[in-house]
Write a new protein. Structure first.
Length: 145
């Protein structure tokens, strides 16, 4: 039998571990949602990699279209790709789920991180946020670092 003072400590330790681990586990998207979001991100990348920047903007979520005009989107991607060169490799590194996103309405968001290599950029991180909009997953954000 564990003495009473140690039982209290044990309960507090278990509670603390639960409070730390539960949010981490909760951020992991379920497999089906993560797969659908990844498919959408890859379709998005195919358009960008083919230089079809306007088409990539058109397939994105309405929320993204409200924040960035098609003209600005095309100009920024054209400039970024002219600096980085052709894609050599892209590998998905992680996926996380959240019911909220900064400056965005509550919903379902999956953030994907890809590690990429380009002709003139050896180590690039590409961040894609995919959201559920009207029953379909759509790209709501794309950032390169």
């Amino acid at each position: 039998m564990i003495p009473k003072q140690f039982r209290i400590h044990l309960v507090l330790i278990v509670a603390a571990v639960f409070m730390i681990i539960y949010p981490i586990l909760n951020e992991k998207p379920d497999t089906e949602k993560a797969e659908k979001a990844t498919v959408v991100a890859k379709e998005f990348f195919q358009l960008i990699d083919a230089g079809q920047y306007a088409e990539s903007w058109q397939m994105s979520a309405d929320m993204m279209k409200e924040k960035v005009t098609e003209k600005d989107w095309v100009e920024k991607l054209t400039k970024a790709r002219s600096l980085s060169g052709e894609l050599i490799e892209r590998v998905k590194k992680s996926a996380s789920y959240s019911p909220t996103a900064q400056d965005s309405p509550d919903g379902e968001y999956i953030s994907l991180i890809f590690k990429s290599k380009y002709q003139r950029a050896e180590s690039v991180s590409e961040y894609v946020t995919v959201m559920l909009e009207g029953g379909h997953w759509k790209v709501a954000g794309y950032f390169i670092q």
